[in-house]
Design a protein around this ligand. Structure first.
Ligand code: C2E
Ligand code: MG
Ligand code: MG
Length: 373
């Protein structure tokens, strides 16, 4: 940060201003431009200087940047508007790939504004308790018993209504808000799991972790303290992560997974088969469960590529002493087929969609009376 700040300051004139706004964002004011286009020339120079390698402890580091530009008076007559529109342009520049600049245009504002709106309300939503978890039962293939639930987050927006995680998790990841949000999910799911355990429901609680959470150095201690806070036996907690999340940062990922495993948690690869073609990580990583992606389950009943893949995943998993769960099971025919292939567990609309705590308890009670075992 200091090196970049020095480089930025070195390129600007005395009447210009450079300020770090927080995080890794800088704002630069150029008060005496002849014409708007000159801002682009400056941006170009700044990018060049930022991307020059940084020598740190004998290592060369490379940094990239995205720049958004707004120009007075065209793009705003007050500081607040100018800053906001520069921000909008910066997000657009970021979307187009790293290391570029964009001048603000009116047209950017529609979707970008929605984004900013969503981002700021996402922050507030966490403070105001607008998130909730739904739980989707996981069924043991052989017995049909509910052996676990997956916690899936929902945003109960006061005006818009229920917003699905597909809409806000990517934004939460990009803005870093996934760190406190993911922590809330962990805490809430563990608290609920402990409650259910106390009521005699022996359920595994599956919790989704995002790639970004793996970059949080405090992840393992956080999980440790959440577990002890909830007085929950870690053996009842399973963490789901995508292949991308763990492969991205292999050495560190192996280390983190080992530590989590040492705490006694179970580890599951979510959406298995959609991420990376390399399977060598299965050998290196301490895993317990592979979750076959819904896209393969969809055509498992036909003599299809999907079926071949599910069959291969099940055989592979079992050879590595891993369990297999299939997600997105919607039909009886799919269920039968998966049972025949030797799949260990299933999850999907056929059994139940993700539901509220109350509904899940009704399902558990019904299952208890029909199958007292
Ligand atoms: P996922 O972890 O792969 O979750 C499975 C998704 O499939 C869920 O969508 C679930 O509602 C849906 N689903 C379940 N059964 C069926 C079925 O039979 N058919 C079909 N078509 N869909 C089914 P949802 O709840 O919208 O979540 C989407 C994704 O958002 C999740 O995918 C997960 O990646 C992410 N997500 C959800 N909650 C969290 C969370 O607490 N933290 C993080 N980091 N990500 C989360
Ligand atoms: Mg999942
Ligand atoms: Mg999945």
């Amino acid at each position: 940060m200091q090196i970049i700040a020095t480089r930025l300051a070195g390129l600007l004139r005395a009447e210009d201003t450079v300020a770090r706004m927080g995080g890794d964002e800088f704002t630069i004011l150029l008060p005496s431009l002849e014409q708007a286009q000159d801002a682009a020339v400056v941006a170009q120079k700044l990018l060049q200087s930022i991307t020059a390698p940084i020598l740190l402890d004998g290592q060369e580091l490379y940094v990239s940047a995205s720049i958004g530009i707004s120009v007075f008076p065209f793009d705003g007559r007050d500081g607040q508007t100018l800053l906001r529109n520069a921000d909008v342009a910066m997000y657009r520049a970021k979307d187009q790939g790293r290391n570029g600049y964009l001048l603000y245009t009116e047209a950017m504002n529609s979707t970008a504004f929605e984004r900013l709106f969503l981002e700021s309300s996402l922050r507030k939503a966490l403070e105001q308790g607008e998130f909730m978890l739904n739980y989707q039962p996981q069924i043991e293939a052989e017995s049909g018993h509910i052996i676990g639930v997956e916690a899936l987050i929902r945003w109960r927006h006061p005006e818009i209504g229920i917003i699905s995680p597909a809409k806000f998790i990517p934004l939460a990841e990009e803005t870093g808000l996934i760190i406190p949000l993911g922590e809330w999910v962990l805490r809430e799911a563990c608290r609920q799991a402990a409650l259910w355990q106390a009521q005699g429901h022996r359920l595994i609680m599956s919790i989704n972790l995002s790639a970004r959470q793996f970059e949080d150095r405090e992840l393992v201690p956080k999980i440790r303290s959440i577990l002890s806070e909830a007085a929950l036996d870690p053996a009842w907690v399973e963490l789901e992560m995508t292949e991308g999340a763990i492969i991205h940062n292999t050495d560190r990922a192996v280390q983190i997974l080992r530590e989590l495993r040492a705490l006694g948690l179970r580890l599951c690869v979510d959406d298995f088969g959609t991420g990376y073609s390399s399977l060598s990580y299965l050998r290196r990583f301490p895993l317990d469960v592979l979750k076959v992606d819904r896209s393969f389950v969809q055509d498992v009943t036909e003599d299809s590529a999907g079926q071949a893949i599910v069959r291969a995943v099940i055989d592979l998993a079992h050879a590595l002493r891993l369990k297999v769960i299939a997600e997105g099971v919607e039909t009886e025919a799919q269920r039968e087929c998966l049972v025949a292939l030797g799949c260990d567990a299933m999850q999907g609309f056929l059994f139940s969609p993700p539901v509220s705590i109350e509904k899940l308890e009704a399902i558990l009670d019904a299952a208890r009376t029909s199958a007292p075992a």
